[in-house]
Design a protein around this ligand. Sequence first.
Ligand code: ADP
Ligand code: ZN
Length: 606
Amino acid sequence: MYKILKSYFGYTSFRPLQKEIITCILQKKDTLVLMPTGGGKSLCYQIPALMTEGTAIVVSPLISLMKDQVEALQDNGIIARALNSTNDETADAAIRFECRQGRVKLLYISPERLLNEINFLLKDIRISLFAIDEAHCISQWGHDFRPEYTRLNILREQFPQVPIVALTATADKITRQDILKQLSMRDPQVFISSFDRPNLSLDVKRGYQQKEKNRTILEFINRRAGESGIIYCMSRNTTEKVADMLEEHGISTAVYHAGLSTAARDAAQEDFINDRVQVVCATIAFGMGIDKSNVRWVIHYNLPKSIESFYQEIGRAGRDGLPSDTLLFYSFADIVLLSRFANESGQQELNMEKLKRMQQYAEADICRRRILLNYFGESMEHDCGNCDVCRNPPQRFNGTILVQKALSAIARTDQQIGTSTLIDILKGAASADIIERGYDKLKTYGVGRDIPARDWQDYLLQMLNLGYFEVAYNEKNHLKITEAGKKVLFGHEQAQLVVIKREAYEAKNKQKKKRAEPQAQALPMVFENENDQLFEALRVLRKKLADQQAIPAYIVLSDKVLHLLASSKPVTIEAFGEISGIGEYKKERYGKDFIKVIRQFVPQSE
Ligand code: ADP
Ligand code: ZN
């Protein structure tokens, strides 16, 4: 087991549960594996496949996922193939031939195709195991339901001797039980690993308006020159606007949403995977087919509709385990729109509840990671040190007067205004609408002049979350004072608001290099004596080698391996092969090229 781990994959130790899972599969037991994205699920069936005679059949729902896995395996010197609709007849025939000869160790196949082949090819070859990847697709309750998956129960019937391993990153109980039942698993062993992703930093920005959001995003990306990231937006329209904004500032960006043609979507995905664009602006439609290990950051331009969606989307960053950043923007308008969607959805109560939990996360004043893990039924004993609340705990002040100003303006307009008019009144804006409706004569007109409008946005969001007023979604989003609000308005209760902290960008820029320090305890790895220029040179070489073979750069070597090379600077092939993540095949194939570059940075070695 360890020998294969080292020689093919270049690793010396297993991640939590991997060894137990592999042992279980080798004992021919049916197994269910629940691990977060990036947890290392693939090795769990790939190693047994390599240790057992015959071919492992891997059922995978998406062509892009198959392609990625097959390329990665081949680049580790393992014979892997994929049968799917992109192959022509000749390619298929060749793969079938190789399978019959027993040469293929892992055969990736779509569920439709599997059902077609079940009485032909699969009967002719020796099957070591079945791996069902993205197994949550079997469940109608999940978010990626695929009807073909429900017919996979045929496997247990037709191949009673072959172990089945189902793998997924979706942990909820109903899905889990559905998988076991629908695959007719025999006395299944279930492995659930922690869903914590300590390498992902968590950050929330409340009440930013578009201009400020955009500026923050630009600063954020500029601090991460050349590093891949995804920006999730609520609407198709927004994805395009944000992409235009980035392009204007010289950041190469693709757009991905369900309104585009399949060809356009595929092109966007390919460009992103192959580092031809740095950023993708996307709706939730994007991501399932993305195995790219070096996505370094994920931004949510709008609040997601549930914690599940949020966690899945940020999970696409940092699969390689390196520190990666996530940033969530959260505005009044998001809440208004998402509440409307939830109310109009078939499952109003459920969706409103999910949105509430998401909102609570965004509003949290305790460690955000604790909230996330708690949501998934895991408890964490300590604060994470890698979220904005841990790094910068919110401070409160007595905001009673602010709340009273806002609520009294709402009351004096007979609760017939939304937030933007409210802010206009508080700021004493002389817009036509205000004058026409006579709001400039109100006693509260201009009482909030001293506070910037963007801060009012923030405070109003806080007041909404504290329950001082509600938004009447069926009345043009007008604000209605609640009982709790009245108590503050009439001075029976005090209101505590959170102090708004705006970032000083310049100061942060200077601290760029130090960024990782305060989080060090939470981060898995520090690269000592890393030479940044060498890293860049290695990155260039990696891209060249990748382009030559028409495979993504992260398949040649992961970002983590590049960092290790740039810090330990091996100058012999042997030393190169000792780096974690470099197996025999990569050592032979790439060692010489990389060493040549490294030597230029280590003069004494020449
Ligand atoms: P998942 O399918 O669970 O999202 P992957 O199987 O793609 O995760 O693994 C994520 C990353 O972790 C890959 O880059 C993989 O090479 C790496 N990895 C897996 N197992 C180990 C291990 N035992 N030691 C070091 N890295 C590992
Ligand atoms: Zn924290």
